[in-house]
Write a protein that binds this ligand. Sequence first.
Ligand SMILES: Cc1cc2nc3c(=O)[nH]c(=O)nc-3n(C[C@H](O)[C@H](O)[C@H](O)COP(=O)(O)OP(=O)(O)OC[C@H]3O[C@@H](n4cnc5c(N)ncnc54)[C@H](O)[C@@H]3O)c2cc1C
Length: 453
Amino acid sequence: MTDYSALSYWHDSLGADALVPRAPLAGDADADITIIGGGLTGLWTAWYLQQREPGARIVVLEKEIAGFGASGRNGGWCSALFPRSTASLARQHGLPAALAMRRAMVDTVDEVGRAASGAGIDADFVKGGTISYARSSTQVRAARAEVAEAREFGVDALELWSSSRVNAAGARGASFDPACARVHPAKLVRGLAAAVERGGATIAEQTEVLDWAPGRVTTNRGTVTTDRIVLATEGYGATLSQTHRRILPLYSLMIATEPLPDAFWDEIGLAHGQTFCDFRHLLVYGQRTADNRFAFGGRGARYHWGSAIQPGYDRSDRVFEHLSTTLRELFPTMADATITHRWGGPLGVPRDWHASANYDPATRIATAGGYVGDGLSTTNLAGRTLADLLTGADTELTRLPWVNHRSPDWEPEPLRFVGANAGMAAMAVADAEERVTGRRSLTARIMGPLVGH
Ligand SMILES: Cc1cc2nc3c(=O)[nH]c(=O)nc-3n(C[C@H](O)[C@H](O)[C@H](O)COP(=O)(O)OP(=O)(O)OC[C@H]3O[C@@H](n4cnc5c(N)ncnc54)[C@H](O)[C@@H]3O)c2cc1C
């Protein structure tokens, strides 16, 4: 049997006994709502549907175990981030719609904490905010611009911090966003699966969906005849023929250190609940875990031909080395602290970097995703929104601008391969360029809009 505790530090900390798979689908079945994918999108949708439509027969079909995908492996930033900026949403959908989306995202951070506690889940949720270190004059300008833009839109409560408040090496200041909580992602997603099951849903693990059509979902264990369907496979959608070009799987990789003493955390000024990053283009992100480790991740792993997803792609020595070096650069006093865990996983990128939550009443098929690296909280908003859409409710949520947004398909290969990897390389070049020139990168300005940065 697969040892799922090897998937990430988070899974390891739960232990193998907590990850024993549930029973698969026992042959053909009937359901009111069938959810494909047992990550946070699928499970939050089930959770809110249980409140909107009590007694609905809900079946969640999961190829591996609930929380196998990005939902169990991520950086644990429960943030108000959305892959498209408010300015860009305002250009596309108008200012009122963009502001409504922003407010919904900020509110979602608290809703995750509220709902998790209502479901009896202790996921180490502490809302301590995000510190984004500015470590060069270019990054200080970027921090100022970010705070100024937030103030202009008036929804976020971003602050500018001076260098005296931050202790990362070389930090000349920071922006601080209070709208972010630190969570243990595997505790959240596994706890949610248990809560949904207690609420009467069936979670069939080790059950691979092969195909679907209105009213029917075919798996390797039998066919479910169903009234409504929810597609919640995020990056894995690229492995299914019907959604292959709708989403691009991009890998994010992470490391975790051994627990570090309280004196170290006091010295670097990171309190429990705080998450951190800096203003480089090739994103890095970190948190102080409840047991005092760094969990630290970043992009930079290459995109694989044909949008392939394989266990071996979860690991890249080059990226792990880069993460370890970067973390030590940021916090040199961690010195030779041991890196105890290394892992990664695929997130999902839509062609226009615009997440969406969609429902087609004609086919009775719903889908949500395309969160890029910002899905931990957004999946909760998706779950509430899909629950409203699937039950025919007209609410503030169903009028948000990401509802029924249709992203274009990705190009076929080889264009997709060339474009995705060129975008990634460009962001690394942009960071080097800024270090040398001390000015905002021209490469980032040209390539940024293409890679959604
Ligand atoms: C390393 C990493 C770090 C990240 N850090 C953060 C962060 O700090 N903050 C943040 O907001 N976001 C972060 N993200 C992104 C976030 O984790 C995702 O956006 C979010 O978890 C997506 O949830 P989901 O339920 O839509 O997809 P997933 O969690 O990927 O779930 C999809 C599920 O579908 C299942 N599945 C696939 N194919 C089939 C099939 N054929 N049949 C049945 N089931 C199938 C998979 O096994 C999987 O369990 C990170 C992602 C990664 C990989």
